[in-house]
Design a protein around this ligand. Structure first.
Ligand SMILES: [Zn+2]
Ligand SMILES: [Zn+2]
Length: 152
């Protein structure tokens, strides 16, 4: 489906999802702010097996997350757009940058995290909001909402 296609700014990296995301959430942590140049990053969380296509050359930047586990960010070697990342803590899942999709009109931000680090104007206003890292209740709420909204 066209709504599940996307790529980097220059078009060298392209991807396509074969099925709906597991959830979509916003993150206000310092890393997401610096990565995007905005108050928050928007994560389209998918099961690895749902990525139908991923092509183009990327470079990986690895940082240690709050949990002490590495997070691997893939960005286009040509234009620098961060397109995808994954957490060693959560095997089998990948995260795509919402803004990298060609069409964002179908998306809905179901929850947000690290709101304590947000700018005063930053929070999206989701019911499922965490001041810091996500917990199990938050994740359960995301999964339930995604089933309703995206058939995920
Ligand atoms: Zn590019
Ligand atoms: Zn973040």
């Amino acid at each position: 489906m066209d709504q599940y296609k996307g790529g980097c700014n220059c078009g060298a990296v392209r991807f396509e999802l074969g099925a709906p995301p597991i959830w979509i959430s916003a993150c206000h942590c310092a890393t997401c702010r610096k990565r995007t140049g905005s108050d928050y990053g928007i994560s389209v969380v998918v099961d690895e097996s749902r990525i139908k296509e991923f092509s183009g050359e990327t470079k990986t930047h690895t940082r240690t997350g709050d949990s002490g586990n590495p997070v691997h960010y893939e960005f286009c070697t040509e234009c620098g757009t961060t397109v995808r990342w994954h957490l060693t803590l959560i095997p089998g899942r990948q995260v795509l940058a919402a803004g990298a999709f060609d069409d964002m009109s179908w998306m809905e931000i179901l929850g947000e995290m690290y709101t304590s680090e947000a700018a005063p104007w930053g929070p999206v206003g989701c019911d499922a909001a965490r001041p810091g890292a996500p917990d199990d209740d938050w994740r359960t709420a995301m999964l339930e909402q995604a089933k309703i909204r995206f058939g995920g």
